[in-house]
Design a protein around this ligand. Structure first.
Ligand code: NAI
Length: 319
């Protein structure tokens, strides 16, 4: 397989995630071809990307060593999937989360590609073995699941299926590092991968605490944003254990009994409906009314926070 430092990257689907991937690959100096079933969507995407790059450059947050103009000139649109895929070294699929649609795209690509390209899906929750089963090029297929917004949140979960070649995983890992992302290897496919399993565990207990009237919805969010989340932006739950005692062994020695006692009191899976939805929704709408303008403004504020956090994390790493 070719070195990940050279070659063209293809993005199939130029929506929210496709645009972010295009910007990230361009920041690493790769030529990027954007394809979409809606040609106008590609035109809009190119315009949005160039604007966004200029804004990032002006605010000192553009990734990579090239200027916004240089990065923008690396990205171009393509009218057919065949023309896009020709000569590519990495294809990143970013079409809507629909198994049949994604399978159709991979079946089409399977007929076009050679044995040098990596076929990668951005899927949030479809299992790679369901996406890639029966493809001639199954060895070259992998899931590379980004986190929204990928430009500011660098994690990418790499999830192989049983037929994925180790070289495909290694090459995708190296490529992600090259564009400044933070890849993790999920060794075996599992529903929800790692990130959503952790996220759903947190959501589940949050829901139960609110449902049982133990904390209010807004206080529940503060437990994370002003408590756990402060350190989780820098160290994970396992390192937190290690640091919160004289090392991991000491932590388990001191706290395992208490952890098991509390964990035994966790309730069943919530059904996320009924009176609790009303209660949570009401509290959230007091904070952020759920009309498009307020939601968009709050998302913009969130992205600004993430951008500054990303800067701080870079500074802290280089100390
Ligand atoms: P989106 O709806 O913003 O974009 C999808 C794009 O695919 C649209 O531009 C659409 O025109 C295009 N498309 C539809 N059918 C196509 C076809 N047959 N050929 C080529 N293009 C086609 O969707 P979004 O949010 O960008 O999601 C894409 C993928 O990324 C999904 O699998 C999603 O689960 C995953 N993902 C999304 C995240 C998010 O927060 N939005 C986070 C992580 C992953």
């Amino acid at each position: 397989m070719a070195s990940p430092a050279t070659g063209e990257v293809v993005i199939i689907g130029s929506g929210l995630i496709g645009q972010s991937w295009a910007m990230l690959f361009a920041s690493g100096g790769f030529k990027v071809k954007l394809y979409d079933i809606e040609p106008q969507q590609v035109t809009n995407a190119l315009e949005k990307i160039r604007k966004e790059m200029k804004f990032l450059e002006q605010s000192g947050s553009l990734k990579g060593s090239l200027s916004a103009e240089e990065q923008g000139s690396l990205i171009s649109g393509c009218l057919t999937m065949q023309a896009a895929a020709e000569g590519a070294m990495h294809i990143q699929e970013c079409v809507p989360e629909n198994l049949e649609l994604k399978k159709k795209i991979f079946a089409q690509l399977d007929q076009i590609i050679d044995d040098k390209v990596v076929l990668s899906s951005s899927t949030s929750c479809l299992l790679p073995s369901n996406l890639f089963a029966g493809l001639v090029h199954a060895k070259q297929c992998i899931v590379a699941h980004p986190v929204n917004p990928p430009y500011y949140v660098p994690l990418v979960e790499l999830v192989p299926h049983p037929e994925t070649a180790p070289a495909t995983v290694d090459r995708t890992y190296a490529l992600m590092r090259k564009i400044g992302q933070s890849p993790v290897r999920v060794m075996k496919e599992i529903d929800g991968f790692a990130l959503n399993r952790l996220q759903y565990a947190v959501i589940s207990e949050a829901w139960r605490l609110v449902e049982e009237g133990i904390v209010s919805p807004s206080d529940l969010d503060l437990v994370m944003s002003d408590g756990l989340g402060m350190r989780y932006a820098f160290i994970g739950p396992l390192e937190t254990m290690h640091l919160n005692a004289e090392g991991m062994l000491s932590y388990c020695d001191k706290y395992s009994e208490g952890m098991r006692r509390v964990l035994k009191t966790f309730g069943p899976i919530p059904d996320f409906s009924g009176a609790t939805v009303e209660k949570v929704n009401q509290a959230m709408c007091v904070k952020v009314p759920d009309d498009p303008e307020h939601l968009a403004a709050r998302r913009q504020w969130r992205d600004e926070c993430l951008l500054r956090l990303a800067k701080l994390k870079r500074q802290m790493q280089s100390q």
